[in-house]
Design a protein around this ligand. Structure first.
Ligand SMILES: [Mn+2]
Length: 226
């Protein structure tokens, strides 16, 4: 007799725009990080199995998903979770150095390109730049090498929105958005393009050429600020 194969897809996420694709959907945008939610599941059902490796993984997930504890949904609770994880011997300075001080030299080439391409709207509504597939190819870098560039753009003083446009296919781009202005929700902009995220950090994908992506982004921002 053939045994029927069954599987259950559990979707765990803290992002607002989650499409609820799982059989079970644990989606809670009030959480600081997806790893915080995973911590709570382990805490509830497998508390005895906590060890250094699990703690280090969850710590890393929380550190990166909160943007090093900078996003506005970074909560009192997530810091309590961090306190608990540290009891297992996780060393913040060692994890930090592993993740953020481990850059291959080629990555500076990518940052250099992104900085050179920066444009700022005169209105101060937007600073943006872009990275292309050929950049990654030329420098021998994985796509993830763009991590952090958007945060760099966001540090510009007096600019409301930062955008990094990333080519992911011949005619396909992913746009990451950050807002430095609490009144200005980049999730609202991302949703217009079928994406999602949080008020201060969101993303969407769009087909077209670079020119069109930039044009549509600027017009969405302009119509949003009216
Ligand atoms: Mn996140």
């Amino acid at each position: 007799m053939l045994k029927e194969k069954t599987s259950v897809l559990i979707n765990i996420d803290h992002h607002l725009g989650n499409s609820m694709y799982g059989n079970i959907n644990l989606v809670n945008p009030s959480k600081s990080a997806t790893a915080e939610m995973i911590y709570e599941l382990i805490e509830k059902y497998f508390k005895d199995s906590f060890n250094y490796n699990i703690a280090a993984g969850l710590y890393t997930g929380i550190l990166t998903d909160t943007g090093r504890f900078q996003y506005e949904n970074t909560s009192n609770n997530v810091h309590k979770v961090i306190g608990y994880l540290l009891e297992f011997g996780v060393q913040p300075s060692a994890v930090y150095s592993c993740i953020y001080e481990n850059e291959p030299f080629e990555r500076f080439g990518l940052i250099k390109l992104a900085l050179r391409r920066i444009r700022i709207l005169k209105t101060g509504d937007l600073i943006y730049s872009y990275v292309l597939q050929k950049d990654f190819k030329k420098l021998g870098l994985p796509f993830s090498a763009n991590d952090g560039i958007i945060e760099l753009l966001r540090t510009a003083s007096g600019v409301k929105i930062a955008a990094l446009i990333k080519q992911v296919g011949d005619n396909n781009f992913k746009v990451s958005l950050r807002s430095s202005d609490r009144q200005c929700s980049v999730a609202d902009i991302a949703v217009k393009f079928g994406g999602g995220g949080h008020r201060l950090a969101a993303a969407y994908s769009q087909e077209g050429n670079l020119k069109n992506i930039i044009r549509d982004l600027i017009s969405a921002i302009k119509s949003g600020s009216k």
